[in-house]
Design a protein around this ligand. Structure first.
Ligand code: ADP
Ligand code: MG
Length: 278
């Protein structure tokens, strides 16, 4: 399974009748295509289990992620999506959101002598996308630069597979085991180290947004640890909260510092951020 790219399931082909498709990502446990057809422009996501390796335990939950995400999107009343099961796991399709992600959009800001500084209106678009979720009582759980798509009209926050805040069918649910360590709040890292699991919160989303803006604007991670450090060592560094002395330029720098506060209660809410940036 892990050696080859899976096929788009026939039930998805029947539903979308694509005349063109592009493989977007094919990585451990998840494959995504951009699909064009008479029914529209969609992202098709396929999940399958990750087998155990020398460095990793098996991760069966990745098979459930697309169905879980679709259930969350339905619950939130977002655009039409469908989901189902295939041989090795679950799939979903959802409207394709056009535009670069935040990391790509701010690439020019990360050049050695940048002529462009990160625009607060872009940060505000990300804040508004996350505020939409928080106002409905949900936490995203996996906020990172690749998950903000900066469209011509608005910014979309994608990949809701780990979101928490409302009912998810039991058969598709699984515990939260942390996210990409660069964006993990100290309290999440500490809980994952102690118990293997954690509870996504809106405050942890704010920390992740701060780390997301910082990395996209400057290329630097919020916390210092070696690139090749084993994951538990990275998590320990995050839990200890040794912030790197790096700042995004301008007003954004101050806001990011506040978002990255070690104590969750010291972080601004998404609404306070919205006000500060408008
Ligand atoms: N609805 C969408 N619109 C545009 N691009 C998408 C969409 N869904 C996924 N993608 C692209 O596919 C990549 C992987 O999708 P994601 O939802 O993060 O799944 P996973 O992390 O499980 O692989 C994203 O970083 C993005 O480039
Ligand atoms: Mg993702």
């Amino acid at each position: 399974m892990s050696c080859s790219t899976p096929e788009v399931p026939s039930v998805v082909l029947d539903a979308l009748m694509p005349n063109a498709r592009r493989l977007v990502t094919n990585r451990r446990g998840s494959t995504v295509w951009e699909v064009f057809g008479p029914r529209g422009h969609y992202a098709v996501k396929l999940g399958y289990p990750i087998a155990a390796t020398a460095d990793w335990p098996a991760q069966p939950w990745t098979a459930l992620a697309p169905a879980r995400e679709a259930a969350v999107l339905h619950r939130l009343g977002f655009d039409v999506i469908a989901y189902g099961e295939w041989e090795h796991g679950t799939w979903n399709f959802q409207p394709w959101h056009e535009g670069p992600d935040l990391h790509r959009l701010w690439e020019p800001c990360r050049e050695p002598d940048p002529v462009i500084t990160p625009h607060t209106s872009v940060a505000l678009g990300c804040v508004e996308a996350l505020a939409e979720l928080h106002s409905k009582g949900w936490a995203h759980g996996d906020v990172q630069p690749a998950h903000f798509i900066i469209g011509p009209e608005r910014t979309h926050l994608i990949d809701l597979a780990l979101a928490r805040g409302g009912y998810v069918p039991q058969g598709y649910d699984f515990p939260f085991r942390g996210c990409l360590v660069h964006y993990e709040a100290p309290e999440i890292a500490r809980s994952v180290l102690a118990t293997g699991e954690a509870e996504p919160t809106q405050q942890a989303d704010i920390y992740a947004l701060g780390a997301t803006l910082l990395i996209s604007a400057t290329g630097w991670r919020a916390v210092e640890y070696p690139d090749d450090a084993p994951r538990p060592v990275q998590r320990q560094a995050v839990a200890n909260g040794r912030r790197r002395p790096v700042k995004a330029p301008g007003e954004l720098g101050e806001l990011i510092d506040a978002m990255l506060s070690h104590t969750p209660e010291d972080r601004p809410t998404i609404y306070e951020l919205g006000k500060a940036l408008s």
